[in-house]
Design a protein around this ligand. Sequence first.
Ligand SMILES: Cc1ncc(COP(=O)(O)O)c(C=O)c1O
Length: 418
Amino acid sequence: MTYQDLSKAELEALHASLSERLDAVKAEKLSLDLTRGKPGADQLDLSNELDGILNGFYLLQDGTDVRNYGGILGIPEAREFGAELLQVQTDEVMVGGNSSLTLMYLYLNMMMEQWQTEDHPPRFLCPVPGYDRHFAICEEFDIEMTPVPMTASGPDMDTVERLVGEDPYIKGIWCVPKYSNPTGCTYSNDTVKRMAQLPEIAGENFVIMWDNAYIAHHLTETPEPLHSIMDCCRAAQTTDSLVILASTSKITFAGAGISFLATAPEQLSLFERYLGIAMIGFDKVNQLRHVRFLKDQTGLAEHMEKHRQILAPKFNRVLSILESELGNAGIATWTQPEGGYFVSLDTMPGIAGDVIRMASDAGVKLTPAGATFPHGQDPDDRNIRIAPTFPPVEQLDKAMSVLVLCIQLCSADHLIKA
Ligand SMILES: Cc1ncc(COP(=O)(O)O)c(C=O)c1O
């Protein structure tokens, strides 16, 4: 029976018993956190071999000493690894420091110089719900954000194409094409192809920010394949509008990994020149350590299987708690991700903020309501992003039980007042 089927008196009785349970939880003085998508300590331990792996050997095959200055585009060995990972050519990819987000920020900063010469500020399409830090970069550069709904196969491409075709000041789109943050969706082949053709209908200097942060982060043994966007852009002759990003943040060490950016070689040269004002080169010692450790795509797949062994049980716990506590209540829907770092949950409209406040008062921190939308404004106040990776399973269980209790309580309250 759903909550909507209950009479007012039944809802009030339910509300009273849920409130009692919440008071008991508050007395426990919990301090739990379901906010950021960070790897857990046991995941970080999988890469401890990085420490000391070079064992005094700092020379590359071509004789370069990685301890010294130079080489903004990265060491050839790491570029080759990145090219295979991103399905691009070696001269299309560079290897950066520990954050792909930094590369996104700097690339857009470079593009701003061109966009600012136009007579209207740039606009970006932002599939929602999406990644808050993408939106923060746009805010920082005063790039106007136009939300576009996500579907099960990626952004709603009819809307995307219509908007891009109508408005030459739309200069780009954010994409997390595999196991999207937060919905977990992987873009369909049709979406990838249509995305690659967007620059043909867009104004000048359009960029597809293809943030493949979860490229290798499968939760199932049979991962969904993602079409190669670089191949599609090559066919459409739009490679200079494509910027692919990825990093090893959630492969090795989140705070000490390496990052990748791929685009057409001419654009890469422009970016190299732009970066060259601010630096002489990224950390090549770390790049070499990573290549020695991960070796190749087979090595990477074996390593990611170890992550999967740790993460799949956590995601299964979250999904089974949601199913058993909310499955028949008709008060929430959620995604069943096959990879990535999040479960995206939608409450009844208008109560996500209340749920998050209530959970916080009961000692469970959740990502702020609205964080998955531009300017932190969820127009329906219903999306909650759950990040199961960091807490140990017992804490995750406890935090989830508090979250579902708060959803039940706020939903009952909402229906009583309706
Ligand atoms: C979609 C997406 N892109 C990028 C990042 C951050 O990547 P990096 O650590 O390489 O800066 C995250 C981290 O949560 C993410 O979810």
